[in-house]
Design a protein around this ligand. Sequence first.
Ligand code: SF4
Length: 258
Amino acid sequence: MKFDYISILASGDCPCACDFCIGKGTGHGFPTFAPMHDILSFLEENKGKTSEVSISGSSTDPLFTNSTSIECIIKAARSYKYKVVSLHTHVFNQRTKDVVSMVDELCVSINNADDLRAFKALNLKLDNVRVSSVLTSKNVEWLNSGELFKLGVDRFTIRKNVFEKDVDMGFKLPEGSLFKCKIFGNDIFMTKEGQAIALWNYSETNEKCNAKYLWADGLERNQDYWNVFYSSVLNPGVAIGDYRVFEKYGIKIKRDGK
Ligand code: SF4
């Protein structure tokens, strides 16, 4: 079986308290990944089934784990010849600078003007950076101001807040040509012609992405587990088999002056 990607998740306490965090309150103790022997088995077992390994978090940020974990995971993924190693983070400090050159893609969570300022202060090269934002009633005005889209990054993902999924935020996609991307994949993200913005809408999904996750407890779970984990939040009363998780709507916009 082939996968869109596999993912290694950190879990534990998070010092941040983002109100849109789907993992808040679920992690306890020092932030950690699964034991390294489980990570190595996971990478070995899935080599050849996907080209991408993502390093991300469930209840905490991967950069809050101890200083060697991520480096070891990246090196291990390289040794198993995965083509793309991505890191997803909301932490903008020296550690971010230390690991950015080791990954193929850095996905940064920028949700307001403070996040944007902190990220800009790192002064990173932006070629391999994708921005992910959660659209909430608190930041919609800022997102609509367009400040984020002037960052100089080509790829954005805007995810609706699962805690406000039925709220019409009034988010306005920047002008451009709208096209649909059914499967969690690279189609819209590989373009270098302009910016690509993908809008994830949990309530209008029609296709599940095919991914496998190694959770910090050492267990492997597929995409459906997110819905089991957050079932009361995401889809109350809906049978697990009926869950529809992801669809992306992408919009390409041209950068000023290009
Ligand atoms: S930094 Fe990430 S894990 Fe921590 S509260 Fe915010 S969204 Fe959740």
